[in-house]
Write a protein that binds this ligand. Structure first.
Ligand code: SAH
Ligand code: SF4
Length: 367
């Protein structure tokens, strides 16, 4: 079965020519897929029955198999999908009060970066997703929203995986979101653990896509303990890349700060962060930690978060506290898979070995 969402327009044309269909068919089908966003070939009402039968025989509208879904009290919806080769990924849809509908999508099955507080990091790396698999997660939400008269407005790459460790596919998916689903670059956000070379490369793309950088600590040794990738690109190298990004794009960077009680929510840490970022065009997103199985840190309390952002303000560094979405459904990515299937990466021995190796594996893969 050929997944039509994975095809470029040229590839779709080629497929249809191979099926003996006239040249204009690709345009019709493309329109049904991305403008009308239908879920089934039968709904493509201007196609002859014979064409629809050929499509049924040769192709499918999508490749993701829904395995589990959870809805939280705040209407956040989380999904677990099985991929063709028995890997698993998660996506989340988050409605906001101001009519925004944001999809949070995965870029890899698992993750090689080994951040100790992250459920995905704890399960290790399985494989990169293709651009089609990344794009399709948003496509599925866009299609369902369209059917009920709503629109997918924003996409964040904050699900499983490190998008800059799967750079080409992630960027290709970004372009598909823009061109096929009409989502403006300013409504798309890539979040990175801090791969400095890719931040520079991204700065040179000439895109208006938002960049979020997961910082979480101001001291190299302590950041390395939480996020092994810091051993390779330390804070100064990371901030150099961030300064390059800002100078090149004139766009504001968001720094993610997973606030962990007693770990990075103190006034002293806030002063260090303020000094580190003062003068840089940026914004801090403070997110109370979502507790995960293999990490015993706890979310920072609101009083310390308030003190933290008050200190930052004295340095002219703006921050917002992000509401923890879907807290009752473990909406931190990686957590649904862990709940449904256990924490190990799909029973694969090599991936399990990589998990056991934790950060060392990340270093190897990044070389
Ligand atoms: N790999 C990318 C994007 C996916 S993770 C990155 O690390 O940026 C998206 C965000 O969730 C990151 O800021 C990450 O640090 C944060 N995160 C991961 N586990 C978390 C947890 N248990 N609680 C709060 N935030 C978490
Ligand atoms: Fe990977 Fe991001 Fe999780 Fe770190 S926080 S392990 S980079 S998904």
């Amino acid at each position: 079965m050929i997944n039509l969402y994975a095809l470029t327009y040229a590839e779709l044309t080629e497929l249809l020519t191979g099926l003996g269909e006239p040249g204009f068919r690709a345009k019709q089908i493309w329109h049904w897929m991305y403008e009308r966003r239908v879920e089934r070939f039968d709904a493509m009402t201007n196609l002859p029955g014979a064409t629809i039968a050929k499509l049924h025989a040769a192709a499918a509208l999508g490749s993701l198999e829904l395995v589990a879904r959870q809805q939280s009290r705040d209407a956040t919806e989380k999904r677990l999908y099985r991929l063709g080769d028995d890997q698993f990924i998660e996506s989340v849809l988050m409605p906001y009060d101001d009519d925004r509908m944001t999809a949070c999508i995965s870029s890899q099955a698992g993750c090689a970066m080994g951040c100790v507080f992250c459920a995905t990091g704890q399960m290790g790396f399985a494989r990169n997703l293709t651009a089609g698999e990344i794009f399709e997660q948003a496509m599925v939400f866009a299609r369902e929203l369209h059917a009920r008269g709503e629109r997918l407005s924003n996409v964040v790459f904050m699900g499983m995986g490190e998008p800059f460790h799967n750079y080409a596919a992630s960027l290709a998916a970004v372009r598909q979101l823009m061109h096929r689903l009409n989502i403006g670059a300013r409504h798309i956000t890539l979040s990175t653990v801090g791969l400095a070379p890719q931040i520079r490369r991204f700065a040179d793309e000439g895109l208006q896509v938002n960049l979020a950088v997961s910082l979480h600590k101001t001291d190299d040794a302590q950041r390395s303990a939480l996020m092994p990738v810091n051993r390779r690109w330390g804070i100064e190298g990371l901030l150099d890349a961030c300064r390059y990004y800002v100078s090149r794009t004139n766009r504001r960077i968001t720094f993610e700060w997973a606030a962990i009680a007693g770990e990075n929510d103190t006034a002293e840490e806030a002063h260090r962060l303020g000094r580190l970022l003062a003068g840089l065009l940026c914004h801090i997103n403070i997110i109370p930690l979502n507790p995960t199985g293999d990490y015993d840190g706890l979310p920072a309390q609101s009083a310390s978060i308030k003190r933290f952002s008050d200190v930052l303000r004295r340095y002219g560094v703006a921050s917002t506290v992000r509401v923890r979405r879907g807290i009752d459904i473990d909406a931190g990515c990686g957590q649904l898979k862990t709940a449904v299937l256990g924490g190990k990466p799909n029973g694969s021995a090599t991936a399990a070995a990589k998990t056991a190796m934790g950060g060392e594996a990340a270093d190897d893969l990044l070389r």
